[in-house]
Design a protein around this ligand. Sequence first.
Ligand SMILES: NC(=O)C1=CN([C@@H]2O[C@H](COP(=O)(O)OP(=O)(O)OC[C@H]3O[C@@H](n4cnc5c(N)ncnc54)[C@H](OP(=O)(O)O)[C@@H]3O)[C@@H](O)[C@H]2O)C=CC1
Ligand SMILES: O=C1CO[C@H](CO)[C@@H](O)[C@@H]1O
Length: 451
Amino acid sequence: MLHQSNRREFVRNIVSTGSAIALSALSYSRVQGANDRFRIASIGTGGKGWSDLTGVAASPSVEVAALCNIDHSAEHLGRAAETYPSAKRMTDWRKLLDDSNDIDAVIVSTPDFMHAPIALAAMHLRKHVFCQKPLTHTVFEARQMNLAARSFGLVTQMGNQIQSHTAYRTAVKAVHDGVIGQVIEVHSWQGGSPSWPRHIDRPVGADPVPDHVDWDLWQGVADRRPYKKDLYHAFSWRGWQAYGTGQLGDFGCHILDPVFKSLELTAPTQLVAEAPPIKAETWTDRATIRYRFPGTTRTAGSTIDVTWYDAVGARPPRERLSHIPSDYELPNAGSVLVGEKGSLVIPHVAMPRLFLGDSGTGNGSDSPLTIVDGVDHYVQWADACRGVDQTTSSFDYSGPLTETVLLGTVAIRMPGETLQWDSDSMRISNAPAAEAYLSKSYRDGWEPTWV
Ligand SMILES: NC(=O)C1=CN([C@@H]2O[C@H](COP(=O)(O)OP(=O)(O)OC[C@H]3O[C@@H](n4cnc5c(N)ncnc54)[C@H](OP(=O)(O)O)[C@@H]3O)[C@@H](O)[C@H]2O)C=CC1
Ligand SMILES: O=C1CO[C@H](CO)[C@@H](O)[C@@H]1O
């Protein structure tokens, strides 16, 4: 808990540095009330939502005031309700927000396609937001989330919690310390085998909806379709374009995160996908995305190429990985940053390995690296909501990261076409057909509230 004097000092500091400009009157008053209990609502309490909820609730200043899930079974709403018996219980997030005067902040841990509709509605009500990754389902939604957070002066955090792990923090520091010199190119990959449907057509027929699930509410902003057991609901939605973002969307915001953070990337200027022609409704089972970004103070050239590979067993081409001996076994997923002095392997999720010089001395050691301790990604947000320090994955940062990842999902739908991206105008100037995939339509009556 922040002591009164620290709180005053904090307020004085933000005023004197001018950063109070970004805070709305409402957030400012919340900063002043930093010692108060902080009341949160959790939307999506099973799956990842359970660890989001318990992670945030680990902060002694947090009170769990409301729980929402379309599924009232024991391991979903049931378990949360048992753990936080005084919290209100709801199945419909719209009703929760309608009755949310006593709530300061919202955790959104639903499937991807519902992040923005729920989070934007919450932000319009001036709730601080913790939202799972990828931040949104479309590029346009990601831009809106960033705008909303900024316009309303809210404290936000995306749920890419690995960013706060010692492994990723150590990797970012190594690049910032110049351990591998200026960075020349980056290769990132996910070689795992997803357990959700990929590259298939929609099956016919319908299965009975389980009693504990509100299937209509689950479908939220998406068009209605019959329930099919284990195909959409609970985890498998990742493979469907209507609900998820495929392997790139699922892992890009984790694996590309230390690349973004360390190189201080913002938006690519062009990208192209190598992928098989996509099926009408599911995501691909393999893709390579070649992104080009403007160079930064961390890069060797005026542009830098970042290549993403996903497929079962995918790895970057060894000949591109300077400094790394050919007998070094690359991790199943991660990144290699190739620098002027050496290369850094950032496994997903393990400590980075450093290879220096032409001969690859360092042999993958982490000893020359300065180890940075991890921090608590969840409590960091709860603290920041009360004016204590700041989040590291606020929508200012995670919005552009998500836009980049989701631009890849646009490119996957138009393999072989180099897309020229103008981030300021949000235009793909050379491929108007691709622009249709930057946003999407919503079920009548369920359109999000835009900024
Ligand atoms: N940061 C990380 O490491 C991880 C992040 N994630 C992210 O977390 C999010 C959730 O994924 P996951 O937990 O696997 O997905 P689930 O399908 O398990 O859904 C999460 C929970 O939300 C419930 N739910 C679904 N829709 C709604 C709704 N409209 N309102 C309220 N509750 C709802 C689900 O009920 P039911 O189960 O009945 O559908 C479930 O309890 C995704 O965005 C995913 O990308 C996931 C795993 C790890
Ligand atoms: O973020 C994530 C981390 O791991 C999961 C799989 O194990 C993913 O599906 C998930 O969305």
